[in-house]
Design a protein around this ligand. Sequence first.
Ligand SMILES: C[S@@+](CC[C@H](N)C(=O)[O-])C[C@H]1O[C@@H](n2cnc3c(N)ncnc32)[C@H](O)[C@@H]1O
Length: 307
Amino acid sequence: MPSFPPFYDRGSKQLYQVGSIPLIDGIPRFVESGSYASLFGDQWKRYKKTQLDSFSGSPISENRLNRCLGDLKDHLNDKLVLEAGCGAGRFTEILLKKGATLVSADLSSAVEVNAENFPVSEKHQVIQADINDMPYADETFDVVICMGVIQHTPDPEQTIRNLYALVKKGGRLVIDHYTFNRSRLFRLHYFYRMYYRKQPASVTIPATRRIVGKYLPLHKRFAHNKLMSVLLNRISPVTSYYSAFPQLNDRQQEEWALLDTHDGLTDWYKWLRNKKQIRSVLEELGAVDIWCEYGGNGVEANAKKPM
Ligand SMILES: C[S@@+](CC[C@H](N)C(=O)[O-])C[C@H]1O[C@@H](n2cnc3c(N)ncnc32)[C@H](O)[C@@H]1O
């Protein structure tokens, strides 16, 4: 079984001294709280288990991750894996189940929820750190996974470069990214977001509840009416899963809508990239065996760092 790598200060190019890293609730903290991602932390504290497969009873996260992992999906046992931007742990759960020796990292206080859902152990370490300044030397991890995150960072291309640097020679980078599609155009959503992403969680969480209460019944009603769904999405800022995941019951639909509507209205950065753009960053980095397709939340990719 691989051991956890030592913490490395990329600035001074030296290992951190033992005892020099603040430990809060047993979690090493390499960043201060209060970043652009802090509303994500509040969100995960409010909706701790909603999207865990073990809680929803449906393999929604596992299916999405397996598609991105490709052949790797059955070969993570005892691999040293970094999950960058782990949130509450919908993918942490699957990676641990697959036997990975896993470092879960997030910029926000979501790390506290992640460690509560999946306690630290000889196979699981949790740290609060920035993807763009990870406390590890280059080429440390067999696999680096970053799902649902890169579009929320200040500079997606730079984030991909920084993640790739952490992959060992012969290892793999697995990512996804929001993309352009017609459903994102001409939405009132963007006006709501301009306001809500600047508000504290004490405003955003109750506001999302009101918005979801108003619009979710309409999303349910028109889930199978394509034209009405398109029109409704122009007005409603709600993220509804009635048509994507009909297996979720009404209570789950409401919780998923509350969580992802909050996510969509409060993210500080929301970049879009197409398949060609993601592929070309990976190619510029010299990655090989690149798989890059539309699917899931936008573009999904998996690439190998040559030996
Ligand atoms: C939409 S959530 C996705 C979380 C998880 N991967 C999932 O799919 O449930 C985005 C996460 O990325 C984290 N994040 C954003 N920028 C980050 C950065 N620069 N470094 C580390 N984490 C970051 C946020 O705090 C948040 O938890």
